[in-house]
Design a protein around this ligand. Structure first.
Ligand code: NAD
Length: 367
């Protein structure tokens, strides 16, 4: 049954990792390594059962293939999950045991932080394997990715403004930003620096207050954000906020923000297209974080990271071109762009498949 599932989803390898002594039950899913080693975070979650953990890791690793491909990285897609409660079940032995499994894959999978994991956990993983990113800055780690994600989001936004209005000046536009957290606040700051009018909401009143006091935004209620007369709706909180209930309320002509999984369903994406609302696909727009972390693989450099964020402008622009070329909604065009790149690069690879060790990535990377 697992082979049927992974045949459909296109996974290359799924590794079940077990250490009784360390209490480790983990699954590493390598979806696709055509572009390079599979990079994707490690998630620790109290899954109800093993099937739920397997479904999650298969879904997330496939998503990483698309995200990394559209980002223009020479990196494939993978993900790992540990079945356990991050509040209770963490230990040095657990993460070191996981690190040994990662190491046994010899660079086919490179791990990183995801939900339930912090930099201290990664320190333990790092003791057992070099195939890890998101370690502390003293080990060459890249630190908090949020400012990069925000700056990358601005690049995606400029591509969207250009496509919709023929002019990428954010300063002329009005924004409804949902979520003033790590990425949202930084994004708001960038928008205000350009002179944009920004409406903001967040569950935490102190964050809204900061956005108002420090950056001169206008506060609106949690539900009111959908009714704001804005040119751009910017989801920077949770996923699924563009849905059947909110769609008819949104007045924006562009949807562009940092949140993951912004569209509740594909049908919503089709509907946006019909209504002429330009959707800048989330995983292309918010790739700044993964771009940043990918640079750790062959030696992190902040300047190089900032330059790399600019590619998001071109990637999002290319997605809009594909959408137009093929007469499809932009969310589909993003997937198509990823698939076309993987197919094209797959054809030019040497028959032996090259070396997927991070040491060789510098030569393979196009940036
Ligand atoms: P965060 O937790 O720092 O910020 C999210 C903010 O949204 C919080 O302040 C929270 O109070 C607020 N929020 C939650 N639900 C809300 C609601 N219904 N209405 C208004 N505000 C609400 O997280 P973050 O790191 O800023 O990430 C934001 C989004 O961007 C997430 O979807 C995340 O997956 C995505 N993302 C982040 C990065 C990154 O580099 N941090 C990279 C890629 C994608």
């Amino acid at each position: 049954m697992i082979f049927d599932t992974i045949a459909t989803s296109g996974h290359e390898q799924v590794v079940f990792c077990h250490s009784k002594d360390a209490g480790l039950k983990a699954i590493i899913a390598i979806h696709n390594t055509v572009l390079g080693p599979a990079l994707g975070g490690l998630r620790m979650w109290p899954y109800k059962n093993e099937q739920e953990a397997l479904n999650d890791v298969l879904r997330l690793s496939r998503g990483m293939t698309y995200k990394n491909a559209v980002a223009g990285l020479n990196i494939g897609g993978g993900k790992a999950v540990i079945i356990g409660d991050p509040a209770k079940d963490k230990s040095e032995a657990l993460f070191r045991a996981f690190g040994r499994f990662v190491n046994s894959l010899n660079g086919r999978y490179i791990t990183a932080e995801d939900v339930g994991i912090d930099v201290n956990d990664m320190e333990y993983v790092f003791r057992e394997t070099e195939f890890v990113t998101g370690v502390h800055q003293v080990h060459g780690g890249s630190g908090d990715p949020s400012p990069f994600t925000a700056y990358g989001t601005l690049q995606g936004l400029m591509a969207a403004l250009h496509a919709k209005f023929g002019d990428e000046d954010a300063g002329k536009r009005t924004f409804a930003v949902q979520g003033a957290g790590h990425v949202g606040m930084e994004f708001i700051k960038l928008l205000r620096e350009q002179g944009a009018k920004v409406f903001v909401t967040d569950i935490h009143p102190e964050l809204v207050k900061r956005a108002v006091d420090e950056f001169g935004c206008t506060a609106v209620g949690l539900d009111e954000i959908y009714d704001v007369d804005a040119d751009v709706y910017s989801p920077c909180a949770l996923g699924g906020t563009v849905n059947e209930k909110t769609l008819s309320r949104l007045k924006a002509k562009i949807i562009c923000g940092a949140a993951n999984n912004q569209l509740a369903t594909d049908a919503i994406g089709d509907e946006l297209d019909k209504r002429g609302i330009l959707y800048a696909p989330d995983y292309a727009v918010n790739a700044g974080g993964v771009m940043n972390v990918s640079l750790e693989i062959d030696g992190y450099n902040r300047e190089r990271a900032m330059r790399m964020m600019r590619t998001i402008y071109y990637n999002v622009g290319r997605i809009f071109q594909i959408a137009k070329r093929d007469g499809i909604p932009t969310y589909k065009a993003a997937d198509r762009m990823a698939e076309e790149r993987i197919a094209a690069i797959g054809k030019i690879k040497l028959p032996h498949g090259g070396n997927s060790s991070p040491r060789f990535l510098g030569r393979m990377r196009g940036h």
